[in-house]
Design a protein around this ligand. Sequence first.
Ligand code: NI
Length: 227
Amino acid sequence: MLLAIDNVLTEEELAAANALLAESAWVSGLVTAGTQAAKVKNNQQLPEDSPQMAVLRRLVLGALNRNALFFTATLPKKIMPPFFNRYSGKTNHYGFHVDNAMRMLPDGGGYVRADVSATLFLSDPQTYDGGELVINDTFGQQSVKLQAGSMVIYPSSSVHQVTPVTRGERIACFMFIQSMVRDPDQRRLLYEMDMALLQLRQNIGETEAVVSLTGTYHNLLRQWAES
Ligand code: NI
């Protein structure tokens, strides 16, 4: 499932994040690439020991924590601490690759299984050319370039690329999510059911049938989720 989540960051958070990133020093993006990805990766990344990293991560994770759509679409069990990258000048693209399935936490304290990948766009799309996130999956090829502060989530199993940025710079935040529901088809069913229930609740209120179906949603989640 590929889903855009608009306005994950408020205007204030977006401005704060971009101000921090403007004063940051960048390093080669190869530091977190797997062997296959390293051959096609040509961008820059915020280093793990960057003084801005902790504040930026808190800001993004705080925004995700209050986002109901993000929760229901990903059912997060673990979130890999977000990374930040920049595409500009000569380091301006990331060719077709797959994300590593298991990612070690930056502190070395175990692994996160990447079920869902997420890109949070931080640059105004009017300020750069290129830099589309192109995702190939069972749903075909999708090209994504969102407003600053908005996020796309997509299966970590998909082959994807970031096309060359030919003007300006594209700064984004990316992360990997291990879901409580490992199977993407089950996750999608739960998401669609939850969204339909939300609509029913708005349209007809908490009728007996809506309450009963809500129970079914939670019982399915109980069957399929690992906490
Ligand atoms: Ni990737």
